[in-house]
Ligand binder design. Sequence first.
Ligand SMILES: Cc1cc2nc3c(=O)[nH]c(=O)nc-3n(C[C@H](O)[C@H](O)[C@H](O)COP(=O)(O)OP(=O)(O)OC[C@H]3O[C@@H](n4cnc5c(N)ncnc54)[C@H](O)[C@@H]3O)c2cc1C
Length: 475
Amino acid sequence: MFDIIIIGAGAIGSFLARTLSQYESNVLVLEKENDVGNVTSMANSAIVHSGYDPVPGTKKARFNVEGNRMFPEICEELDVSFRQIGSLTVAIEEKQLSVLKELAERGKKNGVPTKMLTAEEVLAMEPNITKDVKGALLCPTAGIVNPFTLTAHAMENAIDNGVKLHLGEAVKAIKKINGGFQVDTDVATYEAKVVINAAGLYSEEIAKMVEPISWKINPRKGEYYVLDHFRPGFVNHVLFPLPSEKGKGILVTSTTSDNYLVGPSSEFVDEKDDFSTDPLTLKDVRAQASLMVPNIPFPEQIRVFSGLRATPSTHDFIIEPAKKNPNFINVAGIESPGLVSSPAIAKYVVEELVSAVFPLKKKANWNPSVRKYIKPSEMKDEEREAFVKAHPEYGEMVCNCEQVSVGEIKDVLSRSLPCLTIKAVKKRTRAGFGKCQGGFCQPKVLMLLAEHYGISPLEILYDKEGSNILLKESK
Ligand SMILES: Cc1cc2nc3c(=O)[nH]c(=O)nc-3n(C[C@H](O)[C@H](O)[C@H](O)COP(=O)(O)OP(=O)(O)OC[C@H]3O[C@@H](n4cnc5c(N)ncnc54)[C@H](O)[C@@H]3O)c2cc1C
């Protein structure tokens, strides 16, 4: 019997696993996808929100602000790209200035430092913003993060500290048994004293396996443009319009890889697996963003994508034990600002909810850090030259767009967190994220995966089951 089973390995499941790995406990994570962070945690704006926006007193406000404060140290420990570039919430009409004041007041209640800026100050910081700007609210503690490595490195760290991860196993049923639960997946049956539901969009279906619930999860889609890294400093902060009942609005920001992101839209959809994009919605995203930044060079776009928010009917995160089963804990409805909140939510769930039903004893030898990743493209010329001379595989390029070498790919393949698909390599290293979107490097990544796992190249998947790139031998 496991002590604790976590269902789902998105940002929430991965930080729960890492936090629990600090304690003497036998933890299993069950994830239906063949990689961690392969659903909502990879398709979002990746903003480390400051926390001025959530309604004071809500769980969203509490965990956003606490999570934001944890990010600098956690990203250092987990070797994740993070930049505290600050955000500007921009007023483009005179009447919006009073709303900014209300937001500043809300920020104060949430414990978030803010500063009102005049139009001249905003234009000095952001020359590409509309000349119609009337002022902005600066939140210096907002930042941007690499969402792909955030989840992956949190889970790698958890595994290094003893957590077990089973990928490609979907939970199908949960039954109460003496002293805990029996959890059936499509592969095997397990038992655990405590179960934590971190299944994102499907947390409603998982919760209902244990007892009736009063809440629902409604999928809400956000569509984006990704632009190439054409000019550093095109925008210097995360630029938000004023929030509305639909959310924080369509933002323009740089990313930690120096690309630019424009989006997201906000539309409820029927299906929890509908990740399509549509031209009319994207046209609207473009029009809305252009009101704030008129000269966005959309010909630089290299991709569009969508993500689905797990919007709860309660309007706030649902972080509580099931009503009749205190050792079944729901961590559900974690829509935005869920990424920034994830480390703080995990800390609360473990220290307050798990500890109430399972005795937690700290390990003496917990290691908070992952083994550092080697990134020659970030080294100074002389350092890189010496390093490549000593380790030639780090000079052998696989992805020219994003400057990813054979050495870096072999490194991620050799780590404790399984890296099974072309997309998993892409998320860990950025090989395939560039202008050619994998056109040149995909065959090389495929061969490296086949070589590493000692299997036929025909078996290598791009992403999900059935996404094989090579279908048959032709010669
Ligand atoms: C458009 C958009 C923009 C956003 N922008 C931001 C932002 O800028 N900043 C921010 O802080 N937050 C943002 N968010 C929110 C953030 O992305 C989420 O809050 C966070 O990723 C939720 O993580 P999660 O682990 O709960 O869900 P997920 O990442 O979806 O993980 C849940 C996991 O459970 C697994 N699972 C489901 N069912 C089963 C089953 N039966 N058996 C086993 N496994 C199962 C899934 O495969 C999945 O891997 C945004 C979200 C969206 C969609």
